[in-house]
Write a protein that binds this ligand. Structure first.
Ligand code: SF4
Ligand code: SF4
Length: 372
């Protein structure tokens, strides 16, 4: 039997329209009761990367989260909502600010869901995941569809990285500084957490230099849902104009037999992919490198390089990048932010957390010459 994924058009964040699209998507999969046991405890995990307005396209929109809570409440479920944002536990952002500014606090209060933070953790081999996974019987994953400089896209699998407790996310970036090694950790987390249901906010998405404020918002007008996160990410890849195997987490998950990457093996319920949105989708600058076969990359990697660079006019000197950098190679000097490129591992965490879109990528001379 083919893996099923629902794809439903939705052209605004109007409350009724979003609920109708989310319900239609879940109903086409057999209804929420087929996937989530009525009366159970459910952890809902949106993408709440940072404390920004949802109109930025950076975070899962609160109306999508509201719809998910309502569907679960209709089944008598006890609903917990939480995420571990990128810079968390530091001096700048804390999770309560993130919940407030993203609109999730208001939605949780209005819908009777409990907001939780991920400070209590249980260690796995390489990382600690939130204890709320142990407390809840189901996980419902509610990602935002965005590009990502390191993993090409952030969708169903990558969203689960937020389950890692506190600042350990930074440690993981440091320890697993090669894209494929980092992607293996993401797939480990997916294998461990295994959300029963994933509902993707693809109404206002992000292209270009996502996933933070450096990306460009793009109206893509859809809700996607399913239980196979690898299949959902494969569909997102096709919508971006790349192949499912270009996404490192897909390659690793497929090798482990964790999901379907062959589009022909996915039964799409609702709209056809070609009818969802049209026009080229801007990929991150690093995307070409990610799509070159690894043996060729190994030969050229000393020469193909991307570095973060700061736009000092846009920079508001908040120091978020300094706190987020796993290699501790960013400093604040008289002239502003300075990078020590000798220790940069090109993880782009600095760009991800910058609230002012002040960090752009610059290419090495060889990378420019070969047009990558
Ligand atoms: S400078 Fe930016 S890209 Fe380089 S290691 Fe630090 S956070 Fe990562
Ligand atoms: S580059 Fe961005 S994150 Fe870093 S200090 Fe400036 S505004 Fe803050």
């Amino acid at each position: 039997m083919k893996t099923e994924a629902a794809l439903i058009k939705c052209d605004s964040y109007d409350r009724n329209k979003v609920f109708s699209a989310v319900k239609k998507a879940v109903d086409s999969l057999g209804g929420v009761q087929k996937i989530i046991r009525p009366q159970s405890r459910v952890l809902v995990k949106p993408n709440l990367l940072m404390a920004v307005d949802p109109a930025s396209g950076v975070v899962t929109h609160p109306e999508v989260v509201r719809s998910v809570i309502r569907l679960l409440k209709e089944q008598g479920c006890q609903v917990f909502v939480g995420d571990g944002p990128s810079v968390w536990g530091g001096h700048i952002e804390n999770v309560q600010d993130v919940y407030k500014q993203t609109g999730i606090l208001a939605v949780a209060e209005e819908e009777g869901a409990e907001l939780v933070d991920f400070d209590k953790r249980r260690w796995r081999e390489n990382y600690p995941l939130t204890r709320w996974l142990d407390h809840c019987e189901h996980l419902v994953n509610v990602p935002k569809f965005k590009t990502h400089g390191l993993t090409l896209l952030t969708g169903a699998v990558k969203n689960l990285f937020g389950l890692v407790s506190g600042t350990y996310k930074t440690e993981i970036h440091k320890k697993f500084d090669k894209t494929d090694d980092f992607a293996k950790v993401l797939v480990d987390i997916y294998q461990d957490a295994r959300p029963g249901l994933t509902i993707i906010d693809g109404i206002l998405s992000m292209e270009g230099e996502g996933p933070g404020t450096s990306g460009k918002t793009r109206r893509t007008n859809f809700i996607m849902a399913g239980s196979d996160c690898v299949a959902l990410d494969s569909l997102l890849a096709v919508l971006m104009g790349i192949g499912p195997m270009d996404v490192p987490t897909n390659r690793i998950a497929r090798d482990r037999g964790l999901g379907v990457t062959d589009i022909a093996e996915i039964k799409i319920l609702g709209e056809e992919l070609k009818d969802v949105f049209s026009g080229d989708f801007l990929l991150p600058q690093t995307s070409i490198r990610k799509r070159i076969p690894q043996p060729i990359i190994n030969l050229l990697k000393r020469f193909i390089k991307y570095y973060p660079s700061v736009d000092r006019i846009r920079c508001i000197k908040c120091s978020a990048c300094i706190k987020a950098c796993p290699s501790k190679v960013i400093s604040m000097q008289k002239k502003g932010i300075v990078f020590d490129y000798s220790g940069c591992i090109a993880c782009f965490c600095c760009q991800e957390v910058c609230p002012a879109a002040a960090i752009t990528l610059k290419k090495s001379i060889f990378t420019k010459i070969v047009g990558l």
